[in-house]
Design a protein around this ligand. Structure first.
Ligand SMILES: C[S@@+](CC[C@H](N)C(=O)[O-])C[C@H]1O[C@@H](n2cnc3c(N)ncnc32)[C@H](O)[C@@H]1O
Length: 463
């Protein structure tokens, strides 16, 4: 059974460390999941998709689709290439668009410039694909990371599904990853611009023969799901839209499709993976469904719910940093023990914290929490571990700005990095207040120890 108690003093993302239990339920896996073999299937399944009926185009959808269609013509491709060359030369928007207007016409210059700009923005994440992808600003903002989409596809297909429904395809990041993994994909979206983007992108990447782009309402398709299949497919990816009107929707009932459709899909189609908000409460996770939090370079980038046909554990923390590291627990590992601050402070990776697996890491490092409500660990030794960043503690003192400043001056510390958990201070503002003439540097951790506002002065990471 999953229990989660949200304690207000917990770290910034509002999730507590997990609580005590008996036998060790934790497992560490230091292997790249991408190495698992994929099932490559060439058979074309009976897709049997029920369409939700014609979806009306608004005038602005009409315009956007027409612009995209033109950008796919040979003239459009040449215009976007020309715009890309101008963007790469560093030409500013006004002179750039003016030159394009003269070369490709007034109506086409803006769309070509915009596409070139979006492709340049996408390049660091999408690599060479970005140069041929069709994007809108909205679709790019909603798009996941292709390497993580490929990882999801690998795990989803390990069960041998010959076809997958991408339920809300947007610009097609998941559709592309699935088609590249060798299965047929039914890419569904309510939004005609999204469908146009996905169709254009799979064609641009030579994957069109594997993909069928379908207009449909995922809410209806999931309501019609039977016998472990949705939209005719025995497996599904869903990535609900979690923004509306430019604002993040924190309440899963307000996602599109909403939470009720997420749980219905998980109930009806066991081979399902759903991308959810990293802040999802643990008590929302249905029984038997695995929840995974993924971080890249120390930041959470996605959270996933794996359906009962794919779930292999209770929670999984995946840390992508110099390789892919996975930490799992088959049940709630509980709360790590608490103890006094020792010589080293360990800051768990956010994926470990969000997944409720701090106690697993504490056990591995022989570490204790500095406070039962704060996700900082302490031990006598540094840790060469992907799950934490370690800092050597040089001083522990009650929080007092004047005394802290005096201590740093006395130590010759002029530059500080401030970290905080369980404290209302503003790290940047405090770092400015603590700046001094000294040439040394320090990490100042403002937190609570056994309930008391406390500062831990630590040597910088390289120290
Ligand atoms: C977050 S985006 C998907 C992003 C995509 N996985 C990617 O990485 O590029 C969600 C998509 O779901 C679509 N959508 C939202 N509600 C829908 C519904 N009820 N039926 C079909 N599509 C829907 C939106 O139009 C949007 O394109």
């Amino acid at each position: 059974m999953v229990h989660v108690v949200v304690l207000m003093l917990w770290h910034e993302s509002g999730h507590p460390p997990s609580r005590g239990s008996g036998a060790n339920p934790c497992r560490l896996a230091l292997y790249p999941r991408e190495c698992q073999p994929l099932n490559r299937v060439t058979r074309t399944p009976d897709l049997g998709v029920r369409h939700a009926g014609p979806v009306p185009l608004t005038p602005s959808d009409d315009d956007a689709v027409a612009r995209l269609r033109w950008l796919r013509t040979p003239e459009g491709v040449a215009a976007a290439d020309r715009a890309a060359a101008l963007v790469a030369e560093g030409v500013e928007v006004l002179p750039g668009v003016a030159r394009l207007r003269a070369e490709v016409g007034v109506a086409h210059a803006g769309p070509a410039w915009e596409l070139a700009r979006l492709r340049a923005r996408a390049r660091p994440v999408f690599g060479a694909d970005a140069d041929v992808l069709f994007l809108t600003a909205d679709a790019l903002e909603q798009a996941g990371r292709p390497e993580l989409a490929a990882r999801r596809a690998g795990r989803l297909l390990a069960g041998g599904a010959p076809a997958v429904a991408d339920l809300g395809c947007a610009a097609g990041t998941d559709t592309i990853a699935l088609a590249r993994a060798g299965v047929d994909v039914v890419a569904v979206d309510l939004d005609p611009v999204a469908r146009e983007l996905t169709a254009a992108n799979v064609e641009a990447l030579g994957l069109a023969d594997r993909v069928r782009v379908v207009a449909g309402d995922v809410v209806d398709l999931v309501a019609d799901a039977r016998d472990g299949r949705v939209a005719g497919c025995p497996a599904a990816v869903m990535d609900p839209a979690r923004r509306a009107g430019g604002r993040r929707q924190l309440d899963p009932d307000r996602w599109s499709p909403p939470w009720s459709t997420v749980t219905a899909l998980l109930d009806r189609v066991p081979s399902t993976v759903v991308k959810v908000a990293p802040g999802l409460d643990h008590d929302r996770v249905p029984a038997g469904v695995e929840a995974e939090w993924v971080s890249v370079g120390g930041s959470i980038v996605e959270a996933l719910l794996w359906g009962r046909g794919l779930s292999t554990t209770w929670r999984r923390a995946t840390v992508v940093r110099d390789g892919v590291h996975e930490l799992t627990a088959h049940t709630d590992p509980g709360l790590a023990p608490t103890g006094p601050v020792r010589g080293w402070l360990h800051e768990p990776d956010p994926a470990v914290i969000r997944s409720g697996l701090v106690a697993c890491v504490a056990g591995e490092l022989d570490a204790t929490l500095i406070d039962p409500t704060i996700a900082y660990l302490t031990s006598d030794a540094p840790a060469a571990s992907p799950w934490v960043s370690s800092y050597r503690v040089t001083e522990v003192l009650p929080f007092n700005l004047k005394k802290l400043r005096a201590l740093l001056r006395a130590r010759g510390v002029g530059r500080v990095v401030v970290k905080k958990r369980g404290s209302p201070i503003e790290p940047e503002a405090l770092a400015r207040q603590l700046r001094g003439p000294g040439s040394g540097s320090a990490v100042v951790v403002v937190t609570r120890v056994a309930g008391a506002p406390t500062v831990l002065v630590c040597a910088p990471l390289s120290g």
